[in-house]
Design a protein around this ligand. Structure first.
Ligand code: NOJ
Length: 585
């Protein structure tokens, strides 16, 4: 069968993104008063340590972000979300915050932040920062005070210190496990060298959990929100937004018989009642924060990182007086399977609007196997704990990339807001071959290498095929090694290639904007077969083939295609693992 496009209308990538279409003119920062930009925005996740490194020390930084804002503008995104850049000993890549009101010297200074924010706003790009309220670093001044203080003191009451069980108190206070593996409790040592109380850490030992029942903790975070809102940020992505409140008395976790995987290491995605995930009391915190944000102009927004088993549960985080968005992890976790994808889309478009919120869509982030590899994993190796050289069921790169391009073509046609993770616009796969000695994810260490963890999706991204560290910096240093194959995936190598993934993303984003798809409505189309995803959104018909044979295309103009089409009959055929956007005749 030949492989040539039929009636394909390929337009060049836009030189510049145009402002989002809204009734009212934007202000100087690109804000559209009253438009609630977050309902339809495409938000690009910057993982600062791996985006661009202006200082040349091998770790990306804020000046690096500023230097590439024009590239994000030409890509056509509406906003960026930056993973943490706060002062931190970096035991969990910055999700262990020692000072919530300062920038870590690795990433720059507060002045660098202000420069980056102003430069983004001048280009009409909004900026969301990451807020990490479940835990601090063990180097946070509060935790250091707590360690030096007596059991029962106000300093200890900001965290969750408890006596151990057993006659000598040498067993942890309960059976909770860390998401990264091992127990969720660490015992302290008293000043005289004797063993002391234990403290809770749902993640690494270096990430003690706050006690959110303590009004001092609540006040402190109101102050942190205001600190960044006053600087002008457009919102917050809220880390572990389902974990802040724990069941009173911290009872043992009794897994439900139906839970195949222990809830601890699944970040809360199981279906049993876990005493630290999704407790009712957590919503009061977000109602409070909602009121804080509402005092500010410019539609500031909160987005929940809450790993919950269903979209209905997730929608509880975006009721009208709580957060504005929640990541749609049930969508991310769905395999390349048309009935399953249709179901999660339908559920999402029912559940989120039912509480007045937009549906959101996401396929990759810094915690999961990149979707250009994940969508080709087999049942032998389900997603979840990272993949490495000895994982069974290795993905076939060509299949993964084809499916990733098709899946993104579906995602960016959906009504609501979408998140794109840095590097997916280049079609980057997971880096599987990282040797153990370079891995840095605490998951790798806490499980003695049993779980590879997340380093494979965090490798610094390639900008130029010939540059040092592929243009990540000018020195060639890189905190994780970049694979040799990435020269071909570098942004400049894709610039001149209309078939590249970069061009695909630009076409999708420009067309999504021009056709107003984010604010549109989805209607399912019948007649394409169970293994094909087909729907209309406004003028655009979307057809994605997840079956194992080509399917005939209807007559019409192809606006964007995720891969080559086949000549067949009048209108052509859509190959396996390919998706198109068409204007219907
Ligand atoms: C979720 C973040 O996305 C992840 O990277 C981090 O390790 C945990 N929360 C703990 O903060």
């Amino acid at each position: 069968m030949t492989s040539q496009p039929t009636s394909t209308l390929i337009s060049p990538p836009p030189a510049e993104a145009s402002p989002a279409a809204t009734a009212e003119a934007p202000d100087l920062r690109g804000n559209h008063p009253g438009a609630e930009w977050w309902r339809t925005a495409v938000i690009y996740q910057i993982y600062p340590r791996s985006f661009a490194d202006a200082s040349g020390d091998g770790i990306g930084d804020l000046p690096g972000v500023t230097a590439h804002l024009d590239d994000l503008r030409s890509l056509g995104v509406d906003a960026v979300w930056l993973s943490p850049f706060y002062r931190s000993p970096q035991h969990d890549a910055g999700y262990d915050v020692a000072d919530y009101r300062d920038i870590d010297p690795l990433f720059g200074t507060l002045d660098d932040f202000d420069t980056m924010l102003a430069a983004a706003h001048a280009r009409g790009i909004r900026v969301i920062v990451d807020l990490v309220p479940n835990h601090s670093s063990d180097q946070h001044v509060w935790f250091q005070e707590a360690l030096a203080a007596e059991p029962g003191s106000p300093a200890r009451a900001r965290y969750l210190f408890r006596d151990g069980r057993g006659p000598a108190g040498d067993e942890p206070p309960n059976n909770w496990e860390s998401v990264f593996g091992g127990p969720a409790w660490t015992r302290t040592t008293n000043p005289d060298g004797t063993p002391g109380q234990w403290y809770l850490h749902l993640f690494d030992t270096t990430q003690p959990d706050f006690d959110w029942a303590n009004p001092e903790v609540q006040d402190e975070f109101r102050g942190i929100l205001r600190f960044w809102l006053d600087r002008g940020v457009d919102g917050f992505r809220v880390d572990v937004a389902h974990g802040l409140v724990k069941t009173d008395g911290l009872p043992d976790h009794v897994p439900a018989a139906s839970t195949a995987e222990p809830a601890a290491d699944s970040m809360g995605g199981g279906d049993d009642d876990v005493p630290y995930w999704g407790q009712d009391g957590v919503h009061e915190i977000y109602r409070d924060w909602h009121r804080v944000l509402a005092e500010y102009d410019g539609d500031r927004a909160l987005c929940a990182e809450a790993w919950l088993p269903t979209v209905d549960r997730t929608a509880e985080w975006v009721r009208s007086d709580e957060m504005h968005q929640a990541f749609n992890f049930p969508y991310l976790m769905t395999e390349w399977d048309a009935p399953a994808i249709r179901e999660v889309i339908s559920e999402s478009l029912r559940a989120f609007p039912a509480v007045g919120a937009p549906a959101t869509w996401v396929l990759s982030n810094h915690d999961v196997v990149r979707h250009a590899s994940r969508l080709a994993l087999t049942a032998e190796n389900p997603q979840g704990h990272g993949i490495g050289p000895s994982s069974p069921g290795q993905p076939i790169p060509e299949v993964g990339l084809r499916r990733a391009r098709a899946a993104t073509t579906v995602m960016l046609a959906l009504p609501g807001s979408a998140y794109v993770y840095q590097g997916e616009e280049l079609g980057l796969p997971e880096v599987i071959e990282l040797p153990g000695e370079v891995r840095q994810d605490p998951t790798w260490f806490r499980t003695d290498g049993e779980r590879y963890g997340r380093d494979g999706c965090r490798v610094p991204i390639p900008w130029t095929a010939d540059g040092a560290a592929y243009g990540f910096n000018t020195t060639g240093a890189s905190w994780l090694p970049q694979p040799a194959e990435w020269a071909a995936l570098a942004r400049d190598a894709q610039e001149g290639d209309p078939d590249s993934t970069l061009w695909l993303y630009r076409q999708l984003l420009a067309t999504r904007r021009a056709e107003g798809l984010g604010a549109g409505e989805l209607t399912w189309l019948d007649g394409y077969g169970d293994d094909v995803i087909a729907f209309r959104n406004g003028n655009v018909t979307v057809i994605a083939n997840a079956s194992d044979a080509a399917v005939p295309l209807p007559a019409g103009t192809v606006l964007v295609s995720s891969g080559p089409l086949q000549a067949s009959g009048r209108a052509g055929a859509l190959p396996v693992d390919t998706a198109v956007w068409m204007l219907s005749d």
